[in-house]
Design a protein around this ligand. Structure first.
Ligand code: GP9
Ligand code: MN
Length: 618
């Protein structure tokens, strides 16, 4: 009996501690306690049927499984600020590639999660002394086992019922997975995730109901019919080269900011003065990280709700930016000096219409910083290559040097004086992004010196946030914000979006709320391409009355409000005062509808069908 109590208490303590580490309130959540007990009763249903020796072995096995689930979720949460789902396990092969990042995610206090293994040896010794009587399974044991199973299911179901009452849709959309874990615990969360995954896999073969396809087509029809006839900036970049640079972990708070009287990003600050600068460009990526950012910018579709679209749907037809430009005679290149298979890029890029994918096998590795070739060398070699190619071209460049955990700062030679932040996580990040800015300065100067800048539409944006949520207090101190609550945290989930047009046309700051989804429609208009028959979820930012960014967890931000949907609270984006969320119900429903439409298009590979439908709409 001792073994059962010791191991069960250890498991419950670990799960509650894990919930605390991922931002959950542990004590006040009644459904969490109910759900945990329900889960344990289910897990223990075998115990009465096992002899003592096997009973302890079974419990130790369960304990090891739970500890593995906790630790893998904890590392994943620290990096992605999200919880693992079964489809994400398909991405586990990449963990080796970002190994140094994973190691940096481990905190010394994590050893607490394996401390209970100290009990395993005495427990084994204890049962060795036990004399094993040859006894069959008594009816009482079967009764207890069945009782545990039924009570466990009822308690777990009740916990899920309370959660569903609090947050309708959250269990079907899974839009805020950490919220689910906060309320029903990690075990029941994974049980539901496994059930959904199996159900989705089984249900996936069933094509989408015809009436749902009609609704989706009608949504795009309304969008086409409401598009302006003579949009501003139409064709200002027609026939020009397009260079789109996705910068690793370039978060907006560094723009135009100084430390010890030094600009963190002087080159971008200079470029912004002669470009169109979108300062409210929000992070819409999901578990696909960088690849989600690429997908958003190149297809104007949302990331999928669990896992990464690059891993799960690389074989789909996408009417992507590269494909549209290819129809206009462009040669198209994806350039990223890293492992070709990372994020399944070597499979996905052809589906995105890239003629060539220049990966690490195409570059001379003459300067290594962090995960691979330095951005400066990457840009130098990339421009050398582009100068020899057929024009016009679309080059999509993805940088690497400023990749988490930013700790390889020696090569930066203290170019940025971070003062007392030297050697801290945030200090390392500022040095890394200062280097990335230097590399971008090299790219911009090279384009100018070689007369290419006025022959190019240059787009630069950050792929996602840089400072993970477990470091939010460091960020708050640096920014001088007293309390980095969820409102402030989401407000800072922004990256810069800069579009430089030939002749500095249109230079100025745009405040419209937007995200990666909007890059493609905005660019097509600039390139003089009519995108009305292309199923894009985003909006042309230079011809839209209002903006909106929708995050994968259902949060959304428009020009007036910031809505933390699953938290049940909204704020006035300017004053920070709370705003009655029920008055945003139509916008919340619209945000979920957009996520759902995009999800269904990807799950059912509908782009070609919708595009053909739109062609027939006048
Ligand atoms: C390496 C890099 C990975 O390919 O793009 O970026 P991440 O998704 O880890 O930010
Ligand atoms: Mn990234």
């Amino acid at each position: 009996m001792t073994g059962i109590i010791v191991l069960s208490l250890a498991m419950i303590a670990k799960l509650l501690y894990f919930n605390k580490l991922i931002g959950g309130k542990v004590s006040s959540v009644i459904e969490l306690i109910i759900s945990l007990f329900g889960a344990f009763m289910i897990l223990h249903f075998l115990t009465p049927l096992l002899k003592k020796k096997r009973r302890i072995i079974y419990l130790i096995f369960i304990n090891i499984i739970i500890t593995f689930l906790i630790l893998s979720n904890l590392l994943f949460y620290r990096y992605f600020n999200d919880i693992i789902t079964l489809p994400i396990i398909t991405q586990i092969s990449m963990v080796g590639s970002v190994y140094s990042s994973v190691l940096n995610l481990i905190h010394f206090s994590d050893v607490l999660f394996i401390a209970d293994s100290l009990f395993y040896v005495p427990l084994f010794k204890n049962i060795r002394k036990e004399t094993q009587y040859k006894t069959g399974i008594k009816n009482i044991s079967i009764g207890i086992s069945v009782g545990l199973l039924i009570t466990g299911f009822l308690l777990s179901y009740y916990g899920v019922y309370l959660l569903d009452k609090k947050q309708p849709k959250i269990l079907t959309t899974f839009y805020d997975k950490s919220y689910i874990v906060h309320h029903i615990g990690l075990i029941n969360y994974h049980a539901i995730d496994a059930f959904k995954f199996i159900k989705e896999e089984v249900g996936r073969n069933k094509s989408l109901m015809e009436d749902e396809i009609i609704k989706i087509k009608d949504w795009f029809k309304q969008k086409k019919l409401s598009a302006p006839d003579n949009p501003k900036y139409f064709g200002v970049g027609k026939g020009k080269n397009v260079i789109m640079v996705q910068v690793e972990a370039l978060q907006e708070f560094v723009i135009k900011r100084k430390i010890n009287d030094m600009e963190i990003t002087p080159n971008l600050n200079k470029l912004i003065k002669k470009s169109i600068y979108f300062k409210n460009f929000y992070c819409e990526t999901g578990a696909g990280g960088t690849s989600d950012a690429e997908f958003l910018a190149n297809t104007s579709l949302y990331p999928i709700k669990t896992g990464a679209v690059y891993m799960k749907y690389p074989g789909n037809y996408y009417y992507s930016l590269a494909k549209v430009l290819k129809e206009q005679g462009y040669s198209t290149f994806a350039m990223h000096a890293y492992k070709p298979g990372f994020w399944n890029r070597s499979v996905m890029y052809p589906s995105l219409g890239f003629d060539e994918y220049l990966n690490r096998n195409h570059y001379v590795h003459d300067e290594i910083i962090g995960m691979g070739l330095s951005d400066k060398s990457f840009f130098r070699q990339s421009i050398d290559y582009l100068k020899k190619t057929r024009k016009p071209y679309y080059a999509f460049m993805i940088t690497l040097t400023s990749h988490y955990p930013y700790d390889n700062t020696k090569p930066y030679n203290n170019a940025l004086n971070v003062g007392k932040l030297k050697g801290t996580f945030l200090g390392n990040y500022l040095e890394a992004i200062h280097y990335a800015d230097q590399a971008l300065g090299y790219l911009i100067n090279r384009l100018e010196e070689e007369g290419l800048l006025d022959d190019t539409v240059l787009v630069i944006y950050g792929d996602h946030y840089a400072i993970s949520k477990d470091r939010k207090d460091e960020l708050a101190d640096f920014l001088g914000i007293g309390n980095m609550d969820n409102y402030m945290w989401v407000k800072f989930q922004k990256m810069p979006l800069i579009i430089h047009l030939p002749g500095d046309e249109g230079a100025g700051v745009e405040n419209i709320a937007c995200g990666g989804l909007d890059i493609m429609p905005t660019l097509l208009n600039i390139m003089g391409i009519d995108g009305r028959n292309i199923p894009m979820m985003g909006r042309d930012l230079l011809n839209s009355q209002e903006g909106m960014a929708v995050m994968r967890n259902g949060y959304f931000i428009n020009d007036n409000y910031l809505c933390l949907t699953s938290d049940g609270v909204a704020y006035d984006i300017k004053t920070g005062e709370t705003y009655p969320i029920e008055s945003l119900r139509d916008k919340i429903d619209n945000a979920f509808m957009e996520l759902d439409i995009s999800q269904k298009i990807i799950e059912n590979n509908l782009i070609e069908e919708i595009s053909s439908y739109l062609v027939g709409i006048d």
